[in-house]
Design a protein around this ligand. Sequence first.
Ligand SMILES: C[S@@+](CC[C@H](N)C(=O)[O-])C[C@H]1O[C@@H](n2cnc3c(N)ncnc32)[C@H](O)[C@@H]1O
Length: 733
Amino acid sequence: MASECCLNLAEKAFSEKQFEESATKFSLIIDNQNGHGEPNTDAYIKRCQCYYNLKQYEKALKDAEYFSDTDVDSLIGHLWKGKCYSKLTQYNEAYTSLRKGLELEPTNAEVADELRLLQDSIMAMYEADERKSENTYNAVDLCTQDPYPGDEELEELEREIMIKWKLDQHPNVKAGDCDLDKAADELTSAIEAKELGQLALALNHANMSASCSPGNKFIMEERADILFLLGEFKEGFRSCNIIPFEHRSASLWTTGGKILDALELPVIAETWLRMATQLAKDAKSEAPLIFQQVRVKRLYAPLADKTNATVTFSQYGRAVMSKESVTKGDVIMVDKPVVCAQTLDSQNIPACGHCASSLVRPGDIMGMAYQSNNQLKKMVQKYWPKTTIVSCRHCKKEIYCSVTCQEEAWERYHCLICPEINHSVKKLYKVCDELKNLRPGDSRVWKGWWNAAFSPFMLARIWASIACNARKLGEENGRIKPSLTDWTKAKAPFRRFIAYGAQSNADAVPKMFDLMVEIFKDLGDGLSYNITKREFDGRYYQATCNVQAFSDLRNPLKRFLENIKDKPNTRGIMQLLPHNPPEAEFAGLFALHACLNHSCVNNAEVFDGIVDNKPGVAVRAKRDVQEGEEVFITYINTNMLRSKRRAWLYRAYNFWCYCDRCNFEGEGSHECTQCKKTAEIRKPFPTCSKCKRAWYCSSKCQKVAWKKGHKKICSLSHSQTEYSSDSTVISGK
Ligand SMILES: C[S@@+](CC[C@H](N)C(=O)[O-])C[C@H]1O[C@@H](n2cnc3c(N)ncnc32)[C@H](O)[C@@H]1O
């Protein structure tokens, strides 16, 4: 009776918002119950709410945890856990708890509201992070200077060329009498002449100086720099190389590196620039940047050889530039996937598992009903493109468009991950079969198996490709097991893809991680690939940072429509065909496309394309692009407002966008885009009538913003475009 009275008092205090008093009373009830039968879990959740209102979030969380541990299927426990975690800025935990709540009751408005608040808190945290991290992004720091596999052999070749060009010989400087004063005067004159652009005269003075003080490293370095500017690279290098190794300064190594690059000896140029980087303590040293420029020219520019693009190293790291001026709609570049896998969502639509060609049949998109319409049936029989479907000889699970694809897939990766050969892979097929039937937001995805839009087969194929390649390289060199060098070389094609991720994904999907470990631990004949958490995370983040969705631009339905378009009486048939037929979609990693940077005011867009007669991607100009201009695509839905776009980009790609839109667009009508003044409640600021993406408190602010840069973005279209009916815009990464 006493406890019932206490409960009433606790409830009364709660309803009157006397949270301290209410918490004390609920504590009495809880203490009183301890050791006396079933605890009153309601008292815990009520006390949790009291503590929450009193801003004692740690205590509130303990009560919410107790409640949800006791009553696992109750939404309220997860909701309050989520709220407490949010306040404690443990956002991942908050998200997991709220997701669990949503799994129990997908339409619960309170949980949905809390998730929205969580998103706002995360964005506010990101904004605060941005203020802390402003200007700390440095593309050079993100790229390593590690030697590339195979560099040793290339270096050997370059050394032979150097000997042939006599680069190892003494520079052409006449030795005179040692006269340090004259040497200093001549050196000063050389520097002055160089600064005036009188390079021939500068060289004369440098030569005089060098002959008065043979082997002086400052004089030889200055001489080398003048020769570099004159384009006399071989003699310039000799001037650097004469200085003994231990006396070379960072700037001398840099000059030597630049000269070697100009002589097209990039591997040794990298060695010189690496030395310069190691010696230069000065943050302003140009060596690390030049190193990356040399590396990009050597390893990435060839990817763009047959395109209208080239790859360079910009402030954002590797970047694609337009080689020529192009007009809106022109194709700037095309690319084919290094690796791809069909998305789980579209797995029911037949497609070649290797090259992504659609193998869709009339029944897959029209059902069997089309057979009852005689005219349609006849047209289909006559004009539907003939496709052959070849399956894997062993598992029959993978299908291909040709024997060539079947054999290539087998040779490159499938031989190690065919479920009939590697039995653990059966489990991966089973899991993917289950995952493909998930509806968006379905809970099973969060149960340790998978959490990405691309299929886990993409990762399996990367590891299998590497292992196959390592085995092949080992065999070619007569080794039973691949050596470390074979493995390093085999991994090289995937080194191109940048990886960024904030938390361990192996921990987020532990069951998938365990399964991948199992699949690759014994690949037969003593071959194995040790999938560590680091390896798993690295590949996973390579995929998320670079993946691109694509599908077959010339799928059978499109070819059928093409075939019948000039035939008489086909209008009725056209009407019977589905408007949005399901398509087989693939996710792929593309080496050149992965060098494209993001801008919210992108000048190019990614479309489905055909490369070497197979599905791939094409990048087209969204507006006229000038020669030498960087080609930007967009990674996200650019219809979002500024802060959302930026938070997305930071979370998924680790950078704050400073494009013109991010610099000159506003956050909403509550804030003046120019002076940041806050609007009064129910008196929003008017929007820019043209673009509706900026808000101003006065016409003065509007004029100032226009001058500062708003005019750059105001008239540009930011929405994604469709150029023609046979090109679909891909929804981004
Ligand atoms: C697909 S890669 C693009 C190529 C990349 N620059 C590289 O060197 O590999 C995506 C990464 O490029 C960088 N990036 C792309 N667009 C950027 C931008 N607008 N500002 C800063 N960094 C950007 C980020 O590091 C991002 O994670």
